[in-house]
Design a protein around this ligand. Structure first.
Ligand SMILES: Nc1ncnc2c1ncn2[C@@H]1O[C@H](COP(=O)(O)OP(=O)(O)O)[C@@H](O)[C@H]1O
Ligand SMILES: [Mg+2]
Length: 205
């Protein structure tokens, strides 16, 4: 006999002659028998998501996605990919500093970096979700390929695609670097700290 069935028999036995106080006690006991919820409370199971990328540098599009995902998950780990085949403009430490100052006001965000397989990193930190951004159809093909490959590598991690605000749907780190390299206006598209660093970097050159 299941715990639930047993509880119901006890419940109805008492109900016949019980007063209201006793009924409330029994109801509390029954609620306690809701095991998944009880276990969740006991072990404080958290939904952890990882948001991987190059973030070279972080843009307001990335930040928009970070803010949206911070409302959906208990913890979001923004993870800078270390062994990117792309030649980066900023070092991992610089990218981390820029990200950290950009997400300072959001409580449940952590910035990290990783190398190797993303699914291995996700499993290591207990993340069950990978967040990726889709700006336009052009992103979809590559992202789909990555998501399906990651699913093949690990069925414990699920990819979630998110859309930024329309105002950021044309933004990319690559475009920002190109505009900044020609002295174009990038204010409002990246955090002020990033804007300052980009100017400094291209004035040095
Ligand atoms: N403006 C933006 N709006 C929403 N998502 C974005 C934007 N720019 C980049 N992303 C998403 O953020 C993630 C990381 O992007 P990026 O830093 O370019 O790293 P990657 O090298 O993995 O493409 C990707 O999923 C990308 O689609
Ligand atoms: Mg990209």
């Amino acid at each position: 006999m299941s715990v639930r069935a047993f509880s119901f028999i006890i419940f109805f036995y008492f109900v016949r002659k019980a007063d209201c106080k006793r009924i409330r006690k029994i109801q509390r006991f029954l609620r306690f028998c809701n095991f998944p919820r009880t276990l969740k409370i006991i072990f404080q199971m958290k939904s952890i998501a990882v948001y991987p990328g190059s973030f070279d540098p972080v843009t307001n599009g990335h930040i928009d996605l970070i803010q949206r995902s911070s409302a959906l998950f208990d913890k979001v780990v923004v993870a800078i990919l270390r062994n990117s085949s792309k030649a980066p403009l900023f070092s991992v430490d610089e990218r981390r500093e820029m990200l950290e100052s950009a997400v300072m006001g959001i409580g449940n965000i952590v910035v990290a970096d990783f190398s190797g397989l993303l699914v291995d990193f996700a499993e290591r930190i207990g993340a069950s979700v990978i967040i990726r951004g889709i700006r336009a159809i052009s992103d979809y093909e590559y992202e789909l390929q990555m998501a399906l490959m990651n699913r093949r590598l690990s069925n414990r991690v699920e990819t979630v695609f998110m859309l930024p605000a329309e105002t950021y749907s044309f933004l990319s780190s690559k475009l920002i670097k190109e505009i900044a390299s020609h002295g174009g206006a990038i204010s409002g598209l990246v955090p002020e700290d990033v804007e300052r660093r980009l100017r400094a970097r291209f004035n040095e050159a």
